[in-house]
Ligand binder design. Structure first.
Ligand SMILES: NS(=O)(=O)c1ccc(NC(=O)CN2C(=O)C=CC2=O)cc1
Ligand SMILES: [Zn+2]
Length: 261
């Protein structure tokens, strides 16, 4: 990487310039996953997702990323198994990416950075009534993280890429239905899991992270469209939505478990 961390940090959006320390935070995200320090847990079941493409509602630019929001009023789209005691409902998915292909992911694996990272955000509908409530609770959320690497064109992602220009500006929203987000998961089910937090405000320590070992492939042009989005609203001085990842946070006394040896 031709850049120093300081250079990268200085370029970051104020939100992620590492200026926000959570007072008393002991389980912040993202982290570097050191493979040799992770502990194989034979009891860890496979992660089971069942996503109903018809529960996809709309896509919007919230000024940090673009979010694809799902109808979470039923159990039609859920994740279960893995480290989870019960099913969690899919609320939204979004990505984090860099200004170029040299960096962009939030988590790293043995300090390897990926050009982007997908987050599928689910909430504990067995224990809490709403997403907003769950976001504040220690076992409220489960986020599946999937690394993106530059490679072959991702056919099914293109439907999403094609609609991004319609949410170029902050607060733009457009209807987006029938999208099967399971096409964004790698075919290999191996994952790491650890207890962490949201990586943007409110940074609450409410997330069981499930980080898939294998990345999915997208091509240059698809990532380039991500970088054409703006952090800024119509009428504001335009700033491209890039480098929307939070700096690495200290592991403190946490163990990362792996579902594979
Ligand atoms: N990057 S991450 O850790 O997966 C991460 C995941 C989620 C949020 N925040 C939200 O989902 C905020 N939000 C609400 O509270 C209701 C709708 C909505 O988008 C922030 C960060
Ligand atoms: Zn995220």
């Amino acid at each position: 990487l031709g850049c120093t961390l300081q250079h990268k940090q200085a370029n970051l959006h104020p939100l992620w310039r590492g200026e926000i320390e959570v007072p008393g935070g002991s389980r912040q995200s993202p982290i570097n996953i050191r493979i040799r320090d992770s502990v194989f847990h034979p009891q860890l079941a496979p992660v089971h997702t069942q996503y109903d493409p018809n529960t996809c509602l709309y896509i919007w630019n919230n000024g940090y990323s673009f979010f694809v929001e799902y109808d979470d009023s039923t159990d039609k789209s859920t994740v279960s198994g893995g480290p989870l005691e019960n099913p969690f409902r899919l609320k939204q998915f979004h990505f984090h990416w860099g200004r170029n292909n040299d960096w962009g992911s939030e988590h790293t694996v043995d300090s390897r950075v990926f050009p982007a990272e997908l987050h599928l955000v689910h909430w504990n509908c067995s224990k809490y009534r709403t997403f907003e409530e769950a976001i504040m609770e220690p076992n409220g959320l489960a986020v599946i993280g999937v690394f993106l690497k530059v490679g072959k064109h991702h056919e099914k992602l293109q439907k999403l890429v094609d609609i991004l220009p319609s949410v170029r500006y902050k607060d733009a929203l457009t209807e987006f239905n029938y999208f099967d987000s399971s096409c964004l998961l790698p075919s290999c089910g191996d994952y790491w899991t650890y207890s962490g937090s949201l990586t943007t405000p409110p940074l609450t320590e409410s997330v069981t992270w499930i980080i898939m070992k294998k990345p999915i492939e997208v091509d240059h042009s698809q990532l380039a469209v991500f970088r054409s989005l703006l952090f800024t609203a119509v009428g504001e001085e335009e700033r491209y939505m890039v480098d929307n990842f939070r700096p690495l946070q200290p592991l403190m006394n946490r163990t990362v478990h792996s579902s594979f040896e």
